[in-house]
Design a protein around this ligand. Sequence first.
Ligand SMILES: Nc1ncnc2c1ncn2[C@@H]1O[C@H](COP(=O)(O)OP(=O)(O)OP(=O)(O)O)[C@@H](O)[C@H]1O
Length: 372
Amino acid sequence: MSGDMLGWDESVFRDETVFDFEYVPETFQHRGEQMETLKYALRPAVRGSRPLNVLARGPPGTGKTTAVQKLFDELAGVSDVQTVRVNCQVDATRYSVFSRIFEGLFDYEPPTSGISFKKLFGQITERLVEDDEVLVVALDDVNYLFYENEASETLYSLLRAHEAQSGAKIGVIVVSSDLDLDVIADLDGRVQSVFRPEEVYFNTYGEREIVDILRERVERGFVEGAVGPRILDAVAERTADSGGDLRVGIDLLRRAGLNAEMRGSTEVSVEDVEKAYEKAKHVHLSRHLRGLSESEQAFLRTLAEHDGKRAGDVYDPFHDTTDLGYTRYSEIINKLDQLGLIDAEYAEVEGRGRSRELSLSYDAEAVLERLE
Ligand SMILES: Nc1ncnc2c1ncn2[C@@H]1O[C@H](COP(=O)(O)OP(=O)(O)OP(=O)(O)O)[C@@H](O)[C@H]1O
């Protein structure tokens, strides 16, 4: 076998798992300030008091979830502090958020049938008081609670827990990646009056920062010599150009590595990166689609065939496949518009007033391919 060709039992990867999005990186560069503020807010919990609430905002892939994960890992060693991270893309109602909290505290799921919210809530707060524990809840991707109109109720219950059950100490970290959403302004007045969070902003990483961060993945993930500095720069440049979501860079590295292997080469080339970019640039799309319900997916499939048409005209084929009514249809449009998956622009229609024109924000083929 020649020097730069891979043998059957060889790989460019040393450890491919470092390219999983769930992988928690060993070091967390360029987030010192954000971590300081978060620690400051949570410090009271370590002393047995109610922590300060936090609102963490920033575009996708800027380390918000990782920051929470790192903090919670540190708090795991502290007695009498419980932490629960809720992914609101998956648990988008008050009831399911509290089910997840219940599961975090008791290590088993609450009974699925017949238990009222009040009871669920009562069991959680009683447990905290009995064991004299402080609870920190992170509502990750809280924007999904807003899309489902569940944000105010959920936060209200969490923030007023100490009134319902004296001695219950709960702090909340609210994480949003939807920059168009004004989290505080969009809450009910009664929630606003009790929610005065510390604010932390996660700015987009610049190209040099991306290089620093990805260098560690390259060192851990690839065998020596497989990815040189020129390749790392090319990956960082594309990541920055596509908006700075670090997931694009991580996915790009993994796919470029697979492309090199496909060629049987021991070294990743710029062409491997370019080819990989066609797929990696769609990580947002894949991530959003994964969290959608059947009917939301059905809507996207319908729209892919009727791109650019008016809401009234897309409704009929949508109704034919799903049997859903216009109210639900409008809700779906609003949510997908907020998620940035579609554009719903109001336009004047002669003789019919204003109507919304619907179009996909991504290439229809890329959407359909990922919905399969
Ligand atoms: N400073 C960093 N050092 C190392 N890895 C990082 C850093 N920031 C982010 N990452 C990695 O980038 C990926 C995305 O980060 P993370 O999930 O924390 O972003 P996020 O801001 O929560 O995104 P979203 O808002 O879309 O949920 C993860 O795989 C994470 O490990």
